[in-house]
Design a binder for this molecule. Structure first.
Ligand SMILES: [Fe+2]
Length: 302
C-alpha cells in the first residue's frame, strides 16, 4: 500500500499519514501510535486524486490540496508523462477529512495551482487555518523538464499563503505570507495546534535569479519575517526548527538546514538561533565537497 514521504508526527508521539495511487481515486489514511503500530486506517473516495504530495493536520481534521491533474497512463509512460495539467478548466480542491470518522467532511475550491508542501494547520473557532506553498501553473512539467536536463530560466511564480477554511460559508480564503519560496516547516511541538512561526526558504526580493538564497521565520499573524540572506553564490535548502529540550516557545531553539556554497563547491550545515535569524548562522559545518541537493531534512534528538 502507498505510504507518503510526508507523515506528520503528533506532539504526543503518534503519526498521521496518507497514501494515494495516481489513477485509483482512493485516499488512504493511516494513524500510527507512539509505538509505531498502525492503530487506525481509512479509505476515502476522491475523484481525480492524481497528484497529492503532502498534507496538513489540525486538531480535528486532515487537509489535502488536490491540484487539477488528469491521469492518462499508457504503456511505457512515466508518472510524469501520464499527468496532464487541467488548470484551465478545473480548480484546486481542498479536501477536508474528519479525524474522528476518517470520512470526508467538506470540499472547498481555490483557483488552480500546484501544491507540494504544507506548514501546519489548526482550528480557529469554527474555521481551520493552514499554511501552504502555491505554485502557478504546471510546475510538475517544469520539474520533469529539469530532470531531463532541459534547464531554462523560468519565473518562480510561487508564494507561501495562509488559507482559512470557513465551513459555514463554504469558502476558502487566502492571505499571502511570502513570495517565491518552498519548504514550509513549523516547530514540532505545535504540529496540529496553534502556531505563530513558519520557517520557509525562498528567493529574496530583487535577486538576480530564482535560486533560493534567503531563510525566513515568518510571524503568521503580523506577516513580518526575520530573515537571513546568504551571500551571492550560495543556494539555501530546507531549514527545520529544532527546539531546545523542554522548549515551549517556537523560537526557543534553532533553525537548522543545508546550504550549498557554490563558490567553494561545498555543502554546509547551517545553524541559526531561532530568536534571531537575521544575525546569520551561529555555527556552520562544512563538507569538503558538494553533496547532491538534499531537498528535505528532519532532526531527531539523540
Ligand atoms: Fe516533499
Amino acid at each position: 500500500m502507498p505510504f507518503s514521504a510526508h507523515p506528520k508526527a503528533d506532539p504526543d508521539g503518534g503519526l498521521w499519514n496518507f497514501g494515494n495511487m495516481p489513477g485509483a481515486d482512493k485516499l488512504m489514511i493511516y494513524r500510527l501510535n507512539a509505538a509505531g503500530e498502525v492503530a487506525r486506517t481509512g479509505m476515502v473516495d476522491v475523484p481525480d486524486l492524481n497528484m497529492v504530495h503532502d498534507f496538513a493536520v489540525s486538531a480535528r481534521h486532515l487537509i489535502f490540496l488536490v491540484p487539477p491533474y488528469d491521469m492518462k497512463s499508457g504503456p511505457g509512460l512515466s508518472l510524469g508523462d501520464s499527468l496532464h495539467w487541467a488548470g484551465a478548466t478545473r480548480p484546486l480542491r481542498v479536501v477536508v477529512i474528519a479525524k474522528d470518522t476518517l470520512q470526508m467532511r467538506q470540499v472547498f475550491e481555490l483557483p488552480a495551482r500546484m501544491v507540494f508542501h504544507f506548514g501546519n494547520a489548526f482550528e480557529d473557532g469554527a474555521c481551520t487555518r493552514l499554511d501552504a506553498v502555491m505554485h502557478e501553473g504546471d510546475t510538475l512539467r517544469e520539474l520533469a523538464d529539469v530532470m531531463r536536463g532541459e534547464i531554462r530560466p523560468f519565473r518562480d511564480g510561487s508564494s507561501t499563503v495562509q488559507i482559512t477554511l470557513d465551513y459555514a460559508a463554504g469558502l476558502a480564503r487566502e492571505a499571502r505570507l511570502f513570495g517565491a519560496s518552498e519548504f514550509p516547516r513549523v516547530a514540532p511541538q505545535v504540529v496540529s495546534v496553534r502556531h505563530r512561526k513558519l520557517a520557509v526558504t525562498g528567493v529574496a526580493p530583487g535577486s538576480p535569479d530564482d535560486r533560493f538564497n534567503i531563510v525566513n521565520l515568518i510571524d503568521i499573524d503580523s506577516g513580518k519575517a526575520d530573515s537571513y540572506r546568504f551571500d551571492a553564490g550560495w543556494v539555501a535548502e530546507e531549514h527545520v526548527l529544532v527546539p531546545r529540550r523542554g522548549a515551549r516557545a517556537e523560537t526557543d531553539g534553532y533553525l537548522v538546514g543545508v546550504a550549498q556554497d557554490a563558490r567553494r563547491g561545498q555543502t554546509v550545515l547551517t545553524v541559526f538561533d531561532a530568536h534571531n535569524i537575521k544575525a546569520g548562522p551561529r555555527a556552520m559545518a562544512r563538507l569538503s565537497y558538494a553533496s547532491p541537493p538534499c531537498i528535505h531534512g528532519n532532526f531527531l534528538p539523540s
